[in-house]
Design a binder for this molecule. Structure first.
Ligand SMILES: Nc1ncnc2c1ncn2[C@@H]1O[C@H](COP(=O)(O)OP(=O)(O)OP(=O)(O)O)[C@@H](O)[C@H]1O
Length: 254
C-alpha cells in the first residue's frame, strides 16, 4: 500500500496541498478529480517519489520512504510507474520505446542476468513488451517509428512502456485529455486490465465522468485538499460535502 499522511506541499509561498491523506492498494483504481491547477500533478509526483512533500509522510508497505537512504528509496521507486500527460517517446521504434522502460527500471544485476540468458521471445521481442503492447492494442505497430504515431497511439505506447515494467503501482496524469473516444476507451480498458492484474492505479483527471466509469474510489481535490474521498458510487450518488456536490453537479465552475 502507498499511504500519504497529512501531506502538504508548497512551491515557495504558494501552498498547493494541505494535509492530504490517502492510501492506494494493489488491485484498485483511485480516481483523483479536480479542476486544472488544483495540484493533481503535484500529488502524483509525490506518490511517484519524484517530489518530496514539504510536510507529512509517504509510506510504501509501511516504510517511510523519505527516511530511507537513496538506494532503498530507489528500490521502492522502481515499483511505481508514471504516465505523464504528454507522451514523451524516443526517436526509435514502438518496441524499443517500450523495452527501454523495462531496461531502465531493472536493477543492474538483473540487466546483466538478462544479457546472459536469452529473454527474447520467438519473434525477437521481449515477452513483457509484446504483452504490454497487447493490452493497448498496439502489437501490430511494434516496428513503427514513434514519431510517426498519432497522438492517441503515442499515449497508448507510453502506457505500455509503464506497464511493461510490471509495476505495483501505476500513476496516470490526465491520460486521455487530448484523445478521441476510441483511444480514450482503449486506455480506460487498459486501466481496468492493469487493475485486474493486481496493480494499484491512480488516475488524475479533470473528467469526472471518466472517474465514474473506471475508478473504484474517488478523491475530490478542491482548494488545497480533498473535500472527500470514498467509493465512486457514494461520491457521485451521495456526496456528503457541499463543495463536492456542487463540483459534481457542475454548479461549481472553476
Ligand atoms: N515546479 C513548480 N514550481 C512552481 N509552481 C509549480 C510547480 N509545479 C506546479 N506548480 C504550481 O502548483 C499549482 C498546481 O499545479 P499542478 O500541476 O500540480 O496542478 P494540476 O491539478 O495537475 O493542473 P493541470 O490539470 O492543469 O495539469 C499550480 O498553480 C502550478 O502553477
Amino acid at each position: 500500500m502507498i499511504r500519504l499522511s497529512d501531506v502538504s506541499h508548497s512551491y515557495g509561498d504558494e501552498n498547493v496541498l494541505a494535509d492530504v491523506s490517502l492510501s492506494v492498494d494493489p488491485g484498485e483504481v483511485l480516481g483523483i478529480i479536480g479542476p486544472s491547477g488544483v495540484g493533481k500533478t503535484t500529488l502524483l509526483r509525490i506518490l511517484a517519489l519524484f517530489t518530496r512533500p514539504t510536510a507529512g509522510t509517504v509510506d510504501i508497505d509501511g516504510q517511510a520512504v523519505w527516511t530511507l537512504d537513496e538506494s532503498d528509496r530507489l528500490a521502492l521507486r522502481r515499483r511505481v510507474s508514471m504516465v505523464f500527460q504528454e507522451a514523451s517517446l524516443f526517436d526509435a521504434t514502438v518496441a524499443r520505446n517500450v523495452e527501454y522502460g523495462l531496461r531502465v527500471r531493472q536493477p543492474w544485476r538483473e540487466r546483466l542476468q538478462d544479457q546472459l540468458r536469452s529473454v527474447l521471445g520467438s519473434n525477437g521481442t521481449h515477452d513483457a513488451v509484446s504483452e504490454a503492447l497487447d493490452v493497448v492494442d498496439m502489437t501490430d505497430k511494434l516496428d513503427q517509428e514513434a514519431h510517426s504515431l498519432s497522438g492517441g497511439e503515442a499515449q497508448r505506447v507510453s502506457f505500455a512502456r509503464a506497464l511493461a515494467c510490471d509495476p505495483t503501482y501505476l500513476l496516470l496524469d490526465e491520460p486521455t485529455s487530448d484523445l478521441d473516444p476510441r483511444n480514450t476507451g482503449l486506455i480506460e480498458d487498459a486501466v481496468l486490465e492493469a487493475r485486474d492484474r493486481g496493480i494499484g492505479v491512480v488516475v488524475a483527471t479533470h473528467d469526472m465522468h471518466q472517474a465514474e466509469r473506471i475508478a473504484d474510489r474517488v478523491g475530490v481535490l478542491l482548494g488545497d485538499g480533498f473535500t472527500e474521498i470514498g467509493s465512486t458510487e457514494r461520491i457521485f450518488d451521495n456526496p456528503t460535502d457541499e463543495r463536492t456536490r456542487k463540483f459534481i453537479s457542475g454548479e461549481l465552475v472553476y
